[in-house]
Design a protein around this ligand. Structure first.
Ligand code: 9J3
Ligand code: ZN
Length: 264
Protein backbone atom coordinates (compact mmCIF):
# COMPACT_ATOMS: atom_id res chain seq x y z
CA UNK A 1 0.00 0.00 0.00
CA UNK A 2 0.90 3.66 -0.14
CA UNK A 3 3.07 3.44 2.96
CA UNK A 4 5.38 1.06 1.07
CA UNK A 5 5.32 2.97 -2.22
CA UNK A 6 5.03 6.77 -2.11
CA UNK A 7 4.16 6.86 -5.83
CA UNK A 8 1.11 4.60 -5.64
CA UNK A 9 -2.11 6.43 -6.63
CA UNK A 10 -5.72 5.27 -6.61
CA UNK A 11 -7.44 2.12 -5.36
CA UNK A 12 -6.31 -1.44 -6.01
CA UNK A 13 -6.92 -2.23 -9.70
CA UNK A 14 -9.19 -4.91 -11.17
CA UNK A 15 -9.71 -6.13 -14.74
CA UNK A 16 -12.80 -3.96 -14.93
CA UNK A 17 -11.07 -0.87 -13.50
CA UNK A 18 -8.32 -0.95 -16.16
CA UNK A 19 -10.86 -1.63 -18.93
CA UNK A 20 -13.23 1.16 -17.87
CA UNK A 21 -13.63 4.26 -20.05
CA UNK A 22 -12.69 6.36 -17.01
CA UNK A 23 -10.67 5.65 -13.86
CA UNK A 24 -11.24 6.92 -10.33
CA UNK A 25 -9.97 10.51 -10.78
CA UNK A 26 -12.12 13.34 -12.13
CA UNK A 27 -10.13 15.07 -14.89
CA UNK A 28 -9.64 18.74 -15.79
CA UNK A 29 -7.93 20.03 -18.91
CA UNK A 30 -6.11 23.11 -20.06
CA UNK A 31 -4.96 24.03 -23.53
CA UNK A 32 -1.45 25.23 -24.31
CA UNK A 33 -1.16 27.54 -27.31
CA UNK A 34 1.60 26.90 -29.83
CA UNK A 35 2.33 30.64 -29.54
CA UNK A 36 3.19 30.25 -25.85
CA UNK A 37 5.84 27.53 -26.21
CA UNK A 38 8.99 26.66 -28.13
CA UNK A 39 10.23 23.26 -29.24
CA UNK A 40 6.83 21.71 -29.92
CA UNK A 41 3.43 22.77 -31.18
CA UNK A 42 1.35 23.23 -28.04
CA UNK A 43 -1.37 20.82 -26.95
CA UNK A 44 -3.76 19.89 -24.18
CA UNK A 45 -2.89 18.92 -20.61
CA UNK A 46 -5.29 16.51 -18.90
CA UNK A 47 -4.83 16.17 -15.13
CA UNK A 48 -6.58 14.84 -12.03
CA UNK A 49 -8.64 17.73 -10.66
CA UNK A 50 -8.01 16.91 -7.01
CA UNK A 51 -4.83 18.04 -5.27
CA UNK A 52 -5.49 15.73 -2.30
CA UNK A 53 -3.21 12.93 -3.57
CA UNK A 54 -0.05 15.01 -4.07
CA UNK A 55 1.90 14.88 -7.31
CA UNK A 56 1.44 12.50 -10.25
CA UNK A 57 3.68 10.97 -12.86
CA UNK A 58 3.26 12.41 -16.34
CA UNK A 59 3.31 11.31 -19.96
CA UNK A 60 3.61 13.28 -23.21
CA UNK A 61 1.98 11.84 -26.36
CA UNK A 62 2.80 12.69 -30.00
CA UNK A 63 0.57 12.16 -33.03
CA UNK A 64 1.82 10.66 -36.30
CA UNK A 65 2.81 12.03 -39.72
CA UNK A 66 0.28 14.56 -41.11
CA UNK A 67 -1.84 14.14 -37.95
CA UNK A 68 -2.90 16.43 -35.14
CA UNK A 69 -3.33 16.19 -31.40
CA UNK A 70 -6.98 15.28 -32.01
CA UNK A 71 -5.86 11.89 -33.38
CA UNK A 72 -4.58 10.81 -29.96
CA UNK A 73 -6.90 12.92 -27.76
CA UNK A 74 -8.86 9.92 -26.46
CA UNK A 75 -5.82 8.87 -24.43
CA UNK A 76 -5.80 12.16 -22.47
CA UNK A 77 -8.81 11.68 -20.19
CA UNK A 78 -8.61 7.90 -20.28
CA UNK A 79 -5.08 7.84 -18.82
CA UNK A 80 -5.38 10.97 -16.65
CA UNK A 81 -8.46 9.57 -14.89
CA UNK A 82 -6.25 6.72 -13.66
CA UNK A 83 -3.87 9.18 -11.95
CA UNK A 84 -1.44 10.70 -14.47
CA UNK A 85 -0.87 14.14 -15.92
CA UNK A 86 -1.16 13.61 -19.69
CA UNK A 87 0.04 16.07 -22.34
CA UNK A 88 -1.24 15.37 -25.86
CA UNK A 89 0.79 17.56 -28.19
CA UNK A 90 0.84 18.96 -31.68
CA UNK A 91 4.18 18.93 -33.45
CA UNK A 92 5.79 22.04 -34.96
CA UNK A 93 4.73 20.82 -38.39
CA UNK A 94 2.71 17.75 -39.32
CA UNK A 95 5.62 16.63 -41.56
CA UNK A 96 8.18 16.37 -38.73
CA UNK A 97 10.15 13.11 -38.72
CA UNK A 98 10.55 10.72 -35.75
CA UNK A 99 13.80 12.16 -34.36
CA UNK A 100 12.21 15.62 -34.28
CA UNK A 101 9.07 14.21 -32.66
CA UNK A 102 11.29 12.70 -29.97
CA UNK A 103 12.90 16.07 -29.27
CA UNK A 104 9.44 17.67 -29.20
CA UNK A 105 8.14 15.12 -26.68
CA UNK A 106 11.06 16.03 -24.41
CA UNK A 107 10.45 19.77 -24.91
CA UNK A 108 6.80 19.19 -23.97
CA UNK A 109 7.80 17.34 -20.78
CA UNK A 110 10.18 20.17 -19.89
CA UNK A 111 7.42 22.71 -20.44
CA UNK A 112 5.02 20.58 -18.39
CA UNK A 113 7.33 20.24 -15.39
CA UNK A 114 8.96 23.70 -15.45
CA UNK A 115 6.51 26.22 -16.86
CA UNK A 116 2.98 24.90 -17.18
CA UNK A 117 0.13 25.95 -14.91
CA UNK A 118 -0.01 22.40 -13.52
CA UNK A 119 3.73 22.01 -12.87
CA UNK A 120 3.06 21.78 -9.13
CA UNK A 121 1.01 18.63 -9.71
CA UNK A 122 3.73 16.80 -11.63
CA UNK A 123 6.56 14.71 -10.22
CA UNK A 124 9.39 15.66 -12.60
CA UNK A 125 11.29 12.47 -11.77
CA UNK A 126 8.50 10.18 -13.03
CA UNK A 127 7.92 10.83 -16.72
CA UNK A 128 7.04 8.82 -19.80
CA UNK A 129 6.39 9.15 -23.53
CA UNK A 130 3.92 7.69 -26.00
CA UNK A 131 3.16 8.32 -29.63
CA UNK A 132 1.43 7.05 -32.73
CA UNK A 133 3.30 6.01 -35.86
CA UNK A 134 6.11 8.56 -36.45
CA UNK A 135 5.20 9.76 -32.95
CA UNK A 136 5.75 6.20 -31.72
CA UNK A 137 9.09 6.19 -33.51
CA UNK A 138 9.63 9.52 -31.76
CA UNK A 139 8.91 8.00 -28.37
CA UNK A 140 11.79 5.56 -28.96
CA UNK A 141 14.00 8.51 -29.96
CA UNK A 142 13.03 10.37 -26.77
CA UNK A 143 13.83 7.34 -24.60
CA UNK A 144 17.18 6.93 -26.34
CA UNK A 145 17.99 10.62 -25.74
CA UNK A 146 16.79 10.72 -22.11
CA UNK A 147 17.39 7.45 -20.23
CA UNK A 148 15.81 8.88 -17.07
CA UNK A 149 12.38 8.40 -18.67
CA UNK A 150 10.49 5.72 -16.76
CA UNK A 151 8.23 4.34 -19.51
CA UNK A 152 7.80 4.47 -23.29
CA UNK A 153 4.80 3.19 -25.28
CA UNK A 154 5.09 3.38 -29.08
CA UNK A 155 1.73 2.76 -30.82
CA UNK A 156 2.01 1.18 -34.30
CA UNK A 157 5.40 2.93 -34.49
CA UNK A 158 7.22 3.93 -37.67
CA UNK A 159 10.95 4.67 -37.90
CA UNK A 160 13.75 4.10 -40.42
CA UNK A 161 16.07 3.39 -37.46
CA UNK A 162 15.55 -0.22 -36.34
CA UNK A 163 18.31 -0.41 -33.72
CA UNK A 164 17.37 0.54 -30.19
CA UNK A 165 20.11 -1.09 -28.11
CA UNK A 166 20.73 2.31 -26.43
CA UNK A 167 17.30 2.40 -24.76
CA UNK A 168 17.21 1.95 -20.98
CA UNK A 169 13.54 2.88 -20.48
CA UNK A 170 10.95 0.11 -19.95
CA UNK A 171 9.13 -0.04 -23.30
CA UNK A 172 5.81 -1.55 -24.38
CA UNK A 173 5.36 -1.60 -28.18
CA UNK A 174 1.93 -2.02 -29.78
CA UNK A 175 1.78 -3.42 -33.31
CA UNK A 176 -1.29 -4.04 -35.47
CA UNK A 177 -1.62 -7.26 -37.48
CA UNK A 178 -3.17 -5.47 -40.47
CA UNK A 179 -0.82 -2.46 -40.55
CA UNK A 180 0.23 -1.78 -44.16
CA UNK A 181 1.78 1.66 -43.43
CA UNK A 182 4.16 0.55 -40.67
CA UNK A 183 4.09 -3.24 -41.16
CA UNK A 184 5.05 -5.00 -37.93
CA UNK A 185 7.61 -7.11 -39.80
CA UNK A 186 9.70 -4.02 -40.62
CA UNK A 187 8.79 -1.71 -37.71
CA UNK A 188 7.25 -2.82 -34.39
CA UNK A 189 8.75 -6.33 -34.36
CA UNK A 190 12.37 -5.39 -35.14
CA UNK A 191 12.11 -2.42 -32.75
CA UNK A 192 11.07 -4.82 -29.99
CA UNK A 193 13.68 -7.41 -30.97
CA UNK A 194 16.47 -4.81 -31.05
CA UNK A 195 15.77 -3.36 -27.63
CA UNK A 196 18.22 -4.82 -25.07
CA UNK A 197 17.26 -8.34 -23.96
CA UNK A 198 17.85 -7.28 -20.34
CA UNK A 199 15.34 -4.40 -20.62
CA UNK A 200 11.82 -4.61 -19.24
CA UNK A 201 10.10 -4.69 -22.63
CA UNK A 202 6.96 -6.09 -24.22
CA UNK A 203 5.37 -6.41 -27.65
CA UNK A 204 1.59 -6.56 -28.01
CA UNK A 205 0.28 -7.21 -31.53
CA UNK A 206 -3.34 -6.13 -31.82
CA UNK A 207 -5.59 -8.62 -33.61
CA UNK A 208 -7.83 -7.53 -36.49
CA UNK A 209 -6.30 -4.04 -36.28
CA UNK A 210 -4.82 -1.42 -38.62
CA UNK A 211 -2.24 1.37 -38.52
CA UNK A 212 -5.00 3.69 -37.33
CA UNK A 213 -6.44 1.57 -34.52
CA UNK A 214 -4.57 3.75 -31.95
CA UNK A 215 -6.52 6.80 -33.20
CA UNK A 216 -9.75 5.86 -31.43
CA UNK A 217 -10.79 4.55 -28.05
CA UNK A 218 -9.38 1.04 -27.72
CA UNK A 219 -9.69 -0.98 -24.54
CA UNK A 220 -6.73 -3.27 -25.23
CA UNK A 221 -4.42 -0.31 -25.83
CA UNK A 222 -5.81 1.45 -22.76
CA UNK A 223 -5.63 -1.41 -20.27
CA UNK A 224 -2.06 -2.46 -21.08
CA UNK A 225 -0.87 1.15 -21.36
CA UNK A 226 -2.36 1.94 -17.95
CA UNK A 227 -0.73 -1.16 -16.50
CA UNK A 228 2.67 -0.35 -18.04
CA UNK A 229 2.59 3.32 -16.92
CA UNK A 230 1.48 2.34 -13.41
CA UNK A 231 4.07 -0.41 -13.14
CA UNK A 232 7.04 1.65 -14.34
CA UNK A 233 6.21 5.33 -13.70
CA UNK A 234 4.55 4.72 -10.31
CA UNK A 235 6.51 1.55 -9.44
CA UNK A 236 3.06 0.17 -8.68
CA UNK A 237 3.43 -3.60 -8.47
CA UNK A 238 -0.35 -3.97 -7.99
CA UNK A 239 -0.47 -3.78 -11.82
CA UNK A 240 2.11 -6.53 -12.39
CA UNK A 241 -0.75 -9.08 -12.41
CA UNK A 242 -1.95 -7.70 -15.76
CA UNK A 243 1.52 -7.93 -17.38
CA UNK A 244 2.95 -11.15 -15.94
CA UNK A 245 2.44 -13.96 -16.70
CA UNK A 246 2.31 -12.73 -20.30
CA UNK A 247 -1.23 -12.12 -21.61
CA UNK A 248 -2.46 -14.97 -23.82
CA UNK A 249 -3.66 -14.48 -27.40
CA UNK A 250 -7.35 -13.49 -27.50
CA UNK A 251 -9.94 -11.83 -29.73
CA UNK A 252 -7.96 -8.58 -29.49
CA UNK A 253 -4.39 -9.86 -28.93
CA UNK A 254 -2.74 -11.56 -31.90
CA UNK A 255 0.51 -12.08 -30.04
CA UNK A 256 2.23 -10.90 -26.83
CA UNK A 257 5.95 -11.11 -26.16
CA UNK A 258 7.85 -9.93 -23.12
CA UNK A 259 10.17 -10.82 -20.30
CA UNK A 260 8.75 -11.69 -16.90
CA UNK A 261 9.12 -11.13 -14.06
CA UNK A 262 9.99 -7.46 -14.47
CA UNK A 263 13.28 -6.32 -13.00
CA UNK A 264 13.03 -2.53 -12.60
O1 9J3 B 1 3.21 8.63 -38.75
C1 9J3 B 1 2.88 7.82 -39.60
O2 9J3 B 1 1.68 7.49 -39.87
C2 9J3 B 1 4.04 7.28 -40.41
C3 9J3 B 1 3.69 6.46 -41.56
C4 9J3 B 1 4.06 7.12 -42.85
O3 9J3 B 1 3.24 7.69 -43.52
O4 9J3 B 1 5.36 7.03 -43.23
C5 9J3 B 1 5.65 7.24 -44.59
C6 9J3 B 1 6.67 8.30 -44.77
ZN1 ZN C 1 19.40 3.36 -33.17
Amino acid sequence: HAADNPYERGPAPTQSSIEALRGPYAVSQTSVSSLAVTGFGGGTIYYPTSTADGTFGAVAISPGFTAYESSIAWLGPRLASQGFVVFTIDTNTTMDQPASRGDQLLAALDYLTQRSSVRGRVDATRLGVMGHSMGGGGSLEAAKDRPSLQAAIPLTPWNLDKTWSEVRTPTLIFGADGDTIAPVSSHAEPFYQNLPSSLDKAYLELNNATHFTPNSNDTTIAKYSISWLKRFIDNDTRYEQFLCPLPRPSLTIEEYRGNCPHTS
